[in-house]
Design a protein around this ligand. Structure first.
Ligand SMILES: *Cc1c(COP(=O)(O)O)cnc(C)c1O
Ligand code: SF4
Length: 442
């Protein structure tokens, strides 16, 4: 367990990594070509401890973090190869931009919807969709220790989407929370907020511990650092300071939850991860695990069952299994809703009740978080039984509703209501109208 110093590995320096020599020439070319469109970043921990280089290209962590040929269409691939040889940089950029636009870089109002207002002004770096929880995007946390090849935030990593949506400091967050006593949770998200140095993190978090914000009972931090850079909590120069900051949050009477992104059990294997989890647990941090379900990475019930079992053993709580959303190289990673449910059910049935705290498979869709409860046959018709775990309108939450079975459907928008004209939320959306588009959820 050598105390590493973090170092980003990208398309510009990947050739210096010894393992790179194990790739075939066409695999090396794929990295250069695909990473011209989708962002690529990895680090020594991922390369040395997570990827099994004897199992390339099928290794799940290689698929998770390295660009893959199938992420682009054949003709695009050729166009990029040509463009990379073009000395005319403006022409080259145009090709890249056009191809990116074909991959829905800004899905379903990710950054523009649900931005709340204070005194009529939109507050950058905030999203408020469900009454209890405010999402906070600190500007300096909009990158990650490594990038997942399927990430729906890919556009922001390549600077396609500017960072004005993010918050440089928490003053407006604090003012907003003062005006919203119904908010109990603040979720720090990114990118990955754990890429910030502790000093910076403290500047964003400390103001929330003010006694005037006693209604904010829970601080959540969404991060993949336990997987991609566990040293953040153990051997990084400011790791101890980070734990002190976490202790202060807990000493203020609040719950601190790390929403840990784990895609595959391999990420839980290195001893440094166990150490990091132990240190967090020792000071009273709760760790919840979540990840999207992705073909070629974790579309196997045994992987999920192992993750939940191993996670529980290490002291973590299974939370969400997500269905991938419609952005980026989704065709390459896509799993149908029917398959997702089958994988979920098979995994769920393999673990004890302590692993069945997990909820899924879940779509984080425009009207809310929709869980597939299962398949049923009603009056001779096959249907999906669905349920809102979170809704723009709290009225929808917890009530089962039905959709016609469609084996090819991959998202809520592919589904048709069964036995009724529309889904409950479709009737509602017209009624919410302008508000929905403008995103004021006050
Ligand atoms: C998932 C999500 C939350 C948190 O929902 P929980 O069910 O409390 O985990 C909050 N806001 C948005 C926009 C979300 O997508
Ligand atoms: S860690 Fe999260 S935000 Fe970062 S690339 Fe992966 S999915 Fe995206």
């Amino acid at each position: 367990m050598q105390p590493y110093t973090y170092r980003a590995i990208t398309r510009h320096n990947i050739h210096k990594v010894p393992q790179y020599d194990r790739l075939k020439p066409e695999q090396k070319e794929t990295i250069q070509i695909v990473s011209a469109i989708f962002p690529f970043r990895t680090n020594p921990h991922v390369v040395e401890h997570l990827i099994d280089w004897d199992d390339i290209p099928n290794d799940p962590i290689f698929q998770l973090t390295f660009p893959q040929r199938g992420m682009l269409k054949e003709d695009e691939y050729d166009q990029i190869r040509q463009a990379l040889d073009d000395d005319h940089l403006e022409r080259q950029r145009k090709v890249f931009r056009r191809i990116r636009m074909g991959y829905n870089p800004h899905p379903a109002g990710q950054k523009t919807h649900n931005v709340p207002r204070l005194n009529g002004e939109r507050i950058p770096g905030l999203q408020h969709k469900y009454a209890e929880t405010v999402l906070y995007f600190p500007a300096q946390g909009q990158t990650c220790h490594a990038y997942c090849s399927y990430c729906f935030r890919w556009a922001q990593f390549i600077g396609d989407q500017d960072l004005r949506f993010a918050a440089r400091s928490p003053e407006q967050l604090v003012a907003y929370l003062r005006a919203k006593p119904q908010v109990t949770d603040v979720l720090f998200t990114g990118g990955d907020p754990a890429v910030m140095k502790t000093k910076l993190m403290r500047r964003h978090i400390e103001p929330l511990l003010d006694p005037s914000l006693a209604h904010v009972q829970t601080i959540r931090i969404g991060t993949k650092a336990l997987s991609y850079w566990p040293y953040r909590f153990v051997t990084d120069p400011d790791a101890d300071d980070l734990l002190r900051l976490f202790e202060e949050i807990i000493a203020s009477g609040r719950h601190l939850a790390i929403m840990a992104h784990f895609s595959h059990q391999r990420e839980m294997e290195p001893p440094i991860v166990h150490k990091a989890i132990r240190r967090l647990r020792d000071i009273g941090v709760e760790i919840r695990m979540q990840a999207p379900l992705m073909r070629r990475i974790n579309d196997d019930p045994d992987v999920w069952a192992t993750m939940w079992r191993e996670g529980v053993r290490l002291g973590m709580i299974p939370y969400y299994m997500f269905i991938s959303r419609d952005t980026g190289p989704q065709n390459y990673f896509e799993v149908s809703l029917a398959q997702a449910w089958r994988i979920f059910r098979n995994a769920y049935s393999q673990v004890s009740g302590l692993g069945r705290t997990v909820r899924g498979p879940v779509m984080s869709a425009m009207p809310g978080k929709v869980m597939i409860n299962g398949l049923a046959t009603i009056r001779g018709k096959q249907v999906f039984v669905l349920q809102f775990l979170q809704g723009r309108d709290a009225k929808w939450v917890g009530r089962p509703f039905l959709a016609r079975f469609d084996p090819a459907a991959t998202w809520l928008t592919d589904l048709q209501a069964a036995f009724t004209e529309e889904f409950p939320h479709q009737q509602q959306i017209e009624y919410v109208g302008e508000e929905l588009v403008e995103g004021s959820t006050a």
